[in-house]
Write a protein that binds this ligand. Structure first.
Ligand SMILES: NC(=O)C1=CN([C@@H]2O[C@H](COP(=O)(O)OP(=O)(O)OC[C@H]3O[C@@H](n4cnc5c(N)ncnc54)[C@H](OP(=O)(O)O)[C@@H]3O)[C@@H](O)[C@H]2O)[C@@H](O)CC1
Ligand SMILES: Nc1ncnc2c1ncn2[C@@H]1O[C@H](COP(=O)(O)OP(=O)(O)O)[C@@H](O)[C@H]1O
Ligand SMILES: [K+]
Length: 508
């Protein structure tokens, strides 16, 4: 699914109106009905109690007025407060005229801010995607007044004061909503941690906007949802054998962190790999052989950390990093691995697929000259702190996305920036946000599981690099969601994610 800018969203409305021979009022009615349907499903008349709808001067306010009418007709107790303005949009005027006469309407002024008792349900329809500058004056005062009241807030389309796709100063007036109900496509602002306190839980309701316009519109931003992933995992052919799915090598673990190697190992085994060999330091041999008999084990000459690179010829993909530690000997192994992987020959015409995680990323961050050795489509899986070590401290989430996009383009690699909406950056400059996963996964070892999963999928030659990574990230989050259905969020451990990889892959 694509994510469009504010400007593209405006064009999308116009294209929809032209293509479907609609009036703009009819499109507004569609949006208001979609919002109202969501609302009816969430709050019945008794739950809702009295409802205040704050309406601005543009089409977001127009939506609010149309919603007021629909809720009133459904017997909700609604009142409207209007922000004064010199001009109103034509659809605003239409919906103002069609408000039932008995519905209370007040005009807001600086010395007459609406009364908002604690618990009141407020619908925020002040400003939407037409916001052209930060709020000041009376609109900002209304937002501050709403935010300090202990109200329940539902925003139409986007919390008022929040830009759709651009950063803004920390002290700007922005509505803090509990829910945001938007139309047809998610907005970039919803996916960034810095906006979480404004957006609350977000929901997208389809209003049949022009599919053709969306298909024809270029954007770097994408959202990976269930529909995107349908059929993403190729079926295993009847006459397949273990060689069909690739032989993967994992270099992981150090004394005290063999668990990380085990989580990645078990995840890889559960993700369809044909064969898996794991190299661990001597101290990990018994643990690996006992707890993952399906994997083959190479023992590093060193007892406590990885110090030597094995012969890489048998492998179709190599993962390095979980629990690795940062010893100089492990750094040398990483360097040799990068050199080998990028060297092609007649026998191996393509670079060896690599997945680089955890301490291997930290080593790269300390020795950035190694970045140039990475073969094309190398997969890096940093969390934001590891990404900062590879690049620089980001000013905000938007700047981090810019750094991410530039990094993936510069090094022609795939970067998986992990978080609530994990974002994959491609060498072509695309950013793909993932929809699955939950806060229960914010627990030690979840990332190691992702590395194992990605390793298996990169070893499978049937999948293109980006396809494998997007599938791995999606399945990892989905496995976490399936696990959390049994354990809850607090009780979730990384091993639970491993146990649900199979069921998650079945769903794609
Ligand atoms: N997407 C869809 O599919 C559909 C979208 N629809 C709805 O339309 C919404 C977009 O409506 P919109 O374009 O009229 O803009 P909106 O957000 O109401 O604000 C514009 C007004 O605010 C003003 N203004 C701006 N910034 C300001 C500031 N800082 N401080 C003060 N004033 C400021 C601006 O004035 P100006 O900038 O000219 O001074 C203008 O008067 C969209 O979010 C959705 O809810 C649906 O109805 C149909 C389907
Ligand atoms: N709030 C969250 N919502 C969804 N996924 C999350 C959340 N927090 C963490 N995750 C996922 O869990 C994993 C954590 O990885 P990482 O930070 O490397 O942990 P570790 O190093 O302990 O293995 C990532 O894949 C991340 O996307
Ligand atoms: K709004």
């Amino acid at each position: 699914m694509k994510i469009l800018s504010a400007a593209q969203t405006r064009l999308l409305d116009q294209a929809t109106i032209a293509e479907q021979h609609l009036t703009s009022t009819a499109l507004m009615e569609r949006a208001a009905s979609a919002f109202a349907e969501w609302f009816f499903g969430r709050f019945d008349v008794d739950d809702a109690g009295e409802i205040l709808i704050l309406c601005g001067p543009g089409n977001n306010g127009g939506d609010g007025l149309a919603v007021a009418r629909l809720l009133y007709q459904a017997s909700y107790a609604v009142r409207v407060a209007l922000l004064p303005a010199a001009q109103h949009s034509p659809d605003w005027q239409h919906n103002r005229q069609h408000l039932p006469a008995a519905l209370p309407v007040a005009e807001i002024s600086a010395d007459q801010l609406p009364d908002i008792p604690a618990g009141l349900l407020v619908i925020d329809a002040l400003f939407g995607t037409g916001l052209s500058r930060p709020l000041e004056g009376l609109p900002a005062a209304v937002v501050a007044h709403l935010n300090q009241a202990k109200a329940r807030v539902v925003a139409i389309d986007i919390p008022s004061g929040l830009f759709t796709d651009a950063p803004q100063a920390a002290d700007t007036a922005i509505v803090k909503a509990d829910h945001t109900v938007s139309f047809s496509l998610p907005k970039l602002a919803f996916l960034l941690p810095q906006n979480a306190e404004y957006v609350g839980q977000w929901h997208v309701r389809d209003i049949q906007l022009s599919g053709q316009f969306i298909a024809d519109t270029a954007t770097p931003w994408h959202y990976t949802d269930e529909a995107t992933m349908r059929g993403a995992l190729p079926a295993r052919p009847k006459f397949s054998h273990k060689g069909t799915f690739g032989h993967a090598l994992l270099l992981a673990g150090s004394r005290g962190k063999i668990g990380a190697a085990m989580l990645a190992t078990n995840a890889c085994l559960r993700s369809g790999v044909g064969l898996l060999t794991v190299q661990v330091p001597g101290c990990g041999y018994d643990i690996l052989q006992i707890s993952a008999p399906e994997a083959m084990c190479l023992t590093d000459p060193h007892l406590d950390f990885i110090s030597a690179l094995p012969d890489l010829k048998p492998y179709q993909a190599v993962g390095i990093g979980p629990g690795l530690g940062q010893d100089a000997a492990s750094l040398a192994v990483l360097r040799q691995l990068l050199e080998f992987a990028s060297t092609t020959s007649e026998n191996r015409p393509r670079p060896l697929p690599l997945i680089i995680d955890a301490d291997a990323l930290n080593l790269l961050g300390q020795h950035r000259e190694l970045l140039a050795l990475m073969p094309e489509n190398t997969v890096l899986t940093p969390h934001p702190k590891e990404f900062e070590r590879l690049t620089e401290k980001a000013r905000d989430d938007y700047h981090r996305l810019e750094l991410l996009r530039n990094f993936a383009q510069q090094y022609r690699c795939l970067v998986v920036l992990k978080g609530a909406y994990t974002c994959i950056a491609t060498p072509d400059g695309e950013l793909h946000f993932n929809s699955t996963g939950n806060p229960g996964m914010a627990t030690g070892g979840s990332g190691d599981v992702l590395t194992g999963l990605l390793l298996a999928l990169r070893a499978d030659a049937r999948l293109l690099p980006f396809q494998a990574v997007r599938l791995g990230v999606y399945a990892h989050g989905l496995a976490g969601d399936l696990a959390a259905a049994h354990t809850g969020h607090a009780g979730l451990v990384a091993g639970d994610i491993v146990r649900h990889i199979g069921p998650a892959l079945m769903r794609v």
